[in-house]
Design a protein around this ligand. Structure first.
Ligand code: ATP
Length: 758
């Protein structure tokens, strides 16, 4: 960049807009004391971003604004603009490198507020500094030597001097870059930390969602497996159900029909068998039994009557016979309780007969005769007892027996016997008839019983077939129930399947069938159940939601991972850049210092006609505690502080300490050093405000000669009262204090300047 003009408005004593055109290599500013020349040098500092008001001889920012005079009012702001011609062909990293003219501006207000502009656009101070750093104008302002500061570079501390050297070497731009890279690195590291924290924070969620997705995937796999099993299972099952259904109704209806028939038959049988022996037979039997019993009694009575009459007749006949034989013989009188022998023998004979009959009947099992015989025996015993108590065993007086009366009685008895025998005969006949009747009824009863046995046999058969049919029916019912249950289960399983795998379940209808095997089908169902359990274990996962969330969260995770990777790359690049910058800084500094020293030596010997001058890099340790642990005493880290020292050796003098030099010697040494510093990276301009003030004439000449050499690379603005110096300028500005109390300039022509100089 090449300085072309400086414009001051309201700055210090320059109330009105004042333009200094810097068209020549050396521009001089001359004028009487207090006219405002140094204010111009300060205007340079001001517009370049000087932050120290003190260094511009003020206390506050307001001191830099025109304060007013008799003729002019105080101003509210001060403005300085510095214009450069820019060589756009030169490679420059500055964002303004493409502008052919660059104007830096700074405005200050009464409240101290500042505004910076580049080509009229508001910028930050930083932007100004960046632009200057790219053009070898450092913040140390070593190229602006204010009044009384000729030996500033000798006064400066080793550290400040080093900064001046760094500025002069154009290292500011590298330092600025290093600083910028460091700032970027800090931001990169902070972003990395932030991204890593964010990533760590979402990591468990990502992990969780990943597992959920795995579950979803597993679930999908299992469902697809389940779909396969279902299709085969349902296809087989449906076909089998159709087969079972086609068989079921016919079987059942047939059995039911048959069963109804059999049941009806059984009912009929039961109804017919429920009536016992026909009433007629029963009645006849009872009647017959009653008749037999009555006849038996009557017959027994008749027998007894006959036996009694026969006995009586026999006894009477014997009595008559005996009476005939013994005539008039007394009737045998017996004593009480003595039984005539004949009577006893007869009784015994009869009892024996009956007894034999009973034994015979008993042996021949003709039991029905037994009651009659027993009754006969009873009657005979009764008759004998009657005899014993009869008159025949009473004591009768012995007298003549009336035979005719006895005969009469005998005949009467015989008649009675005949009658009784007839009655007995009739009763025996009736009895045998009753027995025949009984036999007939019994026969009838047996026949009936025979018939009912047949019926029972048929009923038994019917019951048997009913039981069989019921068995078949219940078997059929079981089958029907089983079929129904199987159908219901089929429907339920199908519905459940639809819930689990959706409408694709119905694809089973397209599945090819194989021969049905219940065992295979059962195994298939078991597999399905096991799969369902596994699917249940996975639980309900909202696939869309989880997938969406996973995509979002893993997307964020990926984004962070990419960001971290990018940041790591940036970090690595920055570290490389910083390392390179540090190397550049170090090598440039070393080389630059060498070059400065060469020029320093040259200018020094030119100024002093010999001697030695040199800048020496110093390094000293400074002790400081670590920032992290202020209280830690032992944990100290060593820090080194580097600086630049100046050593001079004047010709013919032993003095080496710069503090022991005279004012002129200090000024010459300082000028030699400043000029040397300007040789390495010549700044666009150098401001020298009465740097020559302390020089005698001979030294002023030497100073003037060096000015010409310096002006080859930088534009010089020299404020001077020295005529020798003035004679070296190509243009002169005269500054005077106007009548209104403000600084005013007038351009002095070179000839006039020369004349003024002489
Ligand atoms: P010398 O040759 O003696 O060094 P000079 O020409 O360099 O003098 P300066 O020091 O630049 O003069 O100017 C000082 C003058 O500027 C003083 O007269 C001072 O009153 C004036 N001045 C400084 N600040 C202001 C201000 N804010 N408003 C008005 N005038 C000011």
């Amino acid at each position: 960049m090449e300085l072309t003009k400086i414009e001051l408005t309201g700055f210090k004593s320059f109330a009105k807009k004042t333009v200094f055109r810097i068209d020549t290599p050396v521009t001089g500013i001359v004028g009487p004391n207090g006219s405002g020349k140094s204010n111009v040098a300060e205007a340079f500092r001001f517009v370049l971003g000087e932050q120290s008001v003190k260094s511009m001889r003020g206390k506050t920012g307001a001191d830099l604004i025109f304060k007013g005079s008799k003729g002019l009012a105080q101003m509210s702001r001060a403005k300085v603009e510095l214009t450069f011609k820019n060589d756009t062909s030169q490679e420059n990293e500055s964002p303004y490198a493409s502008f052919s003219e660059i104007t830096l501006g700074r405005e200050i207000y009464a409240d101290g507020a500042n505004e910076y502009t580049i080509n009229g656009s508001k910028v930050r101070l930083k932007d100004i500094q960046e632009l200057l750093a790219h053009n070898n104008i450092g913040a140390s302002h070593h190229h602006i030597i204010s009044q009384g500061e000729a030996d500033r570079v000798l006064h400066a501390s080793v550290k400040d001097r080093k900064e001046m050297v760094q500025d002069a070497l154009g290292l500011r731009v590298y330092e600025w870059r290093l600083k910028e890279a460091d700032k970027k690195l800090t931001v990169v590291l902070a972003n990395m930390r932030e991204a890593e924290i964010s990533r760590r924070e979402i990591a468990p969620h990502v992990q969780f969602l990943k597992k959920q997705i795995e579950k979803v995937q597993k679930g999908t796999e299992l469902r697809s497996e389940l779909a396969g099993l279902y299709h085969t299972y349902f296809a087989q099952e449906e076909a089998h159900l159709h087969e079972l259904e086609s068989k079921e109704p016919k079987d059942f209806e047939d059995i039911k029909k048959h069963l109804d028939e059999v049941t009806k038959k059984i009912q009929l049988h039961r109804e017919s068998s429920r009536t016992s022996l026909p009433e007629e037979i029963t009645k006849n039997l009872i009647k017959n039994q009653d008749a037999l019993r009555a006849l038996e009694i009557r017959k027994g009575s008749a027998v007894r009557a006959v036996i009694g009459l026969e006995t009586e007749i026999r006894i009477l006949e014997e009595t008559i016979q005996d009476a005939g034989n013994k005539n008039q013989e007394e009737t045998e009188v017996f004593e009480d309780g003595v039984v005539p022998r004949k009577e006893a023998v007869l009784f015994a004979q009869e009892v024996r007969d009956i007894h034999e009959k009973i034994i015979w009947r008993f042996d021949h099992k003709e039991f029905q005769e037994l009651p009659a015989l027993l009754n006969l025996l009873k009657a005979r015993v009764h008759s004998f007892e009657s005899f014993l108590t009869s008159k025949h065993v009473q004591k009768i007086p012995t007298s003549r027996i009336d035979v005719s009366a006895l005969t009469q009685k005998l005949q009467a008895l015989k008649a009675s016997l005949e009658k009784a025998a007839q009655e007995e005969k009739e009763l025996a006949h009736s009895f045998s008839q009753a027995l025949e009747e009984k036999a007939r009824i019994e026969q009838e009863k047996d026949a009936y019983r025979e018939n009912s046995l047949e019926g029972e046999r048929a009923l038994f058969e019917l019951e048997k077939s009913r039981t069989e049919l019921l068995g078949k029916l219940s078997l059929a019912e079981v089958k029907i129930n089983q079929l129904r249950e199987r159908k219901e289960r089929f429907e339920a399983e199908l519905a459940e399947g639809a819930v689990l795998i959706g409408s694709s379940i119905f694809q089973y209808k397209n599945t090819a069938l194989t021969a049905f095997d219940q065992h295979v089908q059962d195994e298939q169902r078991k597999k399905i159940e096991r799969l369902k359990l596994r699917i249940e274990d996975i639980g309900v996962v909202n696939v869309d939601e989880v997938t969406k969330e996973f995509e979002s969260v893993s997307g964020r995770d990926q984004f962070l991972a990419n960001e971290i990777r990018d940041l790591e790359e940036s970090k690595a690049k920055l570290e490389v850049v910083m390392a390179e910058l540090r190397t550049t800084l170090a090598t440039t500094f070393d080389k630059g210092l060498e070059t400065i020293n060469a020029h320093f030596q040259k200018f020094f010997t030119t100024m002093f006609g010999g001697g030695d001058a040199k800048l020496i890099l110093t390094e000293r340790e400074k002790r400081s505690r670590t920032k992290d642990d202020e209280e830690s005493v032992g944990d100290e880290e060593k820090e080194t502080e580097t600086g630049i020292d100046v050593t001079v050796s004047l010709p013919h003098k032993k003095v080496k300490d710069i503090n022991m030099l005279s004012g002129g010697e200090r000024a010459l040494t300082s000028i030699a050093l400043l000029f040397a510093m300007s040789q390495v990276n010549p700044p666009p301009f150098l401001i020298l405000d009465e740097t020559d003030a302390a020089l005698d004439e001979s030294n002023a000449k030497k100073y003037g000669a060096v000015l010409n050499e310096l002006s080859e690379h930088s534009k010089l603005i020299v404020i001077t009262h020295n005529r020798e110096t003035m004679s070296r300028t190509h243009a002169l500005y005269g500054v005077t204090l106007d009548i209104d109390g403000s600084s005013r300039i007038l351009s002095v022509k070179l000839d006039e300047a020369n004349a003024y100089a002489k």
